[in-house]
Design a protein around this ligand. Structure first.
Ligand code: GLC
Length: 421
């Protein structure tokens, strides 16, 4: 049995007053896409607290619309790199990149499910202009030539930090030469975390941002890492369709029209990422102009984004069927037959429960309810097999063992919003 009291307790423990940290020591600030999923978790038992999570996040939005991937609400020496390294002069100290844009979807769902309907409408009315600005930022600053496919400038922006899809484009990035002290290794075993070489390169990309004064036109030319992340493209498209519905509901017709045009552009362009050979959509290296041929769970997210046609969805379903047969605890974050598969290393094999939720949602939408149900069952099994509260950052697809940070917020939120249904 899934312990939902324990899930609620995890969110309460990680509540720092207005925002919820992913987990107390390893990630002591507010993370963008974690927070959107966490808000959905709060919403299952405390609607006001859920809206507060959103308000706090959007309180850190930049004037150009960027919603940062981290808001550093207070000082902490348990995380590196902090605001001094990012060097952004924002209202709330923050990073200068974003993360997969789940927020519009979260807010639309919260509105639909609110018991306090009038209060929820007031919240949405207040947040909507900021959501619109956020999505405009993606389409304007990250798709400067209106290609329909937005760019991603940092592996951290993808939310799937050390995904093997980024190995080749990241290998081209030089590392920083200065000395620094990683804080993550004080909390989690090195074998489960990115390597030092990867970290050197992540930091170089942070420096590139700062040296180019976060200017989108300079960064488009200067960033040595520029990819189309099929995960971001999919989540953005799905969230934008939810945003369009919100705009219509609240009388923002022009905004709705212009976002409709953006989605249509993405739908026309996404075929470029389809690979019949791999039976999924691949991410794309914008610098070498090549597909990134690694089958990760991001390559399945076009189902969540409703970007696959029926034939493609059928092929993806057959891929997922084989994938499920090879995972004792599904869904491993990369295909289990990949030579780079590593069951305990972060985004190179472990199971991430919010991704399970997204893939299952996509499968169901295309009519593959049985496969969706198997992923849901697998998600339950992970929580049940893990020690303690059962809510871990990620899980081994082979043993179900919880890895990374413990008492982690987003698996707890996923249990509340999905496994309870
Ligand atoms: C790691 C994950 C990222 C997440 C963050 C906080 O960086 O890769 O997706 O948002 O931790 O949980």
């Amino acid at each position: 049995m899934i312990d939902l009291d324990a899930a609620r307790a995890v969110l309460r423990t990680n509540d720092l007053g207005g925002y919820t940290v992913p987990t107390r020591t390893l990630y002591p600030f507010q993370w963008n896409w974690d927070s959107a999923i966490i808000a959905l978790g709060w919403h299952c038992f405390d609607e006001q607290r859920a809206w507060q999570e959103a308000r706090t996040m959007f309180g850190g939005q930049w004037s150009n619309g960027l919603l940062p991937h981290i808001l550093f609400h207070h000082e902490s020496d348990s995380y590196f790199p902090g605001p001094d390294i990012w060097g952004a002069k924002s209202r709330v100290p923050s990073s200068s990149i974003s993360q997969p844009p789940v927020w519009a979807l979260a807010i639309a769902r919260m509105l639909r499910r609110s018991a306090a309907a009038a209060a929820a409408r007031d919240e949405v009315r207040a947040l909507l202009p900021q959501l619109v600005d956020y999505h405009r930022w993606w389409y304007r600053d990250r798709d400067r030539h209106d290609s329909g496919l937005v760019d991603c400038y940092h592996p951290w922006e993808s939310g799937m930090d050390n995904s093997p899809a980024w190995d080749e484009p990241l290998a081209r990035v030089p590392g920083v030469e200065w000395e620094y002290q990683r804080r993550d290794l004080g909390h989690v075993d090195q074998a489960q975390r990115p390597t030092w070489q990867e970290y050197d390169r992540y930091l170089h990309l942070v420096e590139v941002q700062r040296k180019n004064k976060f200017d989108p036109s300079r960064l488009a030319a200067a960033s040595p890492f520029r990819v189309i992340d099929i995960g971001i493209v999919s989540i953005l498209s799905r969230a934008t369709s939810e945003l369009i519905a919100l705009c219509r509901q609240f009388g923002l017709e022009e905004e709705a029209e212009s976002f409709q045009a953006e989605i249509a552009r993405t739908e026309r362009a996404v075929g470029r990422c389809w690979s019949g050979e791999h039976r999924c959509f691949l991410s794309w290296d914008q610098i070498s102009n090549e597909p990134l041929a690694e089958i990760t769970t991001a390559t399945l997210l076009p189902l969540f984004g409703r970007l696959a046609n029926d034939k493609q969805a059928g092929q993806m379903a057959s891929l997922i069927e084989e994938w499920l047969a090879a995972n004792r605890f599904p869904l491993s974050s990369i295909h289990p037959e990949s030579p780079r598969y590593d069951p305990e290393c972060y985004w190179r094999g472990p199971v991430w429960l919010h991704i399970n939720w997204m893939v299952a949602d996509g499968l169901r939408a295309y009519g593959y309810s049985q496969l969706a149900e198997r992923i849901k069952e697998g998600t339950r099994k992970c929580i049940e097999a893990a020690a303690g509260s059962g809510y871990f950052e990620y899980y081994s697809p082979e043993t179900g063992q919880g890895c990374g940070g413990g008492d982690f917020s987003w698996p707890a939120a996923v249990a509340l919003l999905w496994l309870n249904e």
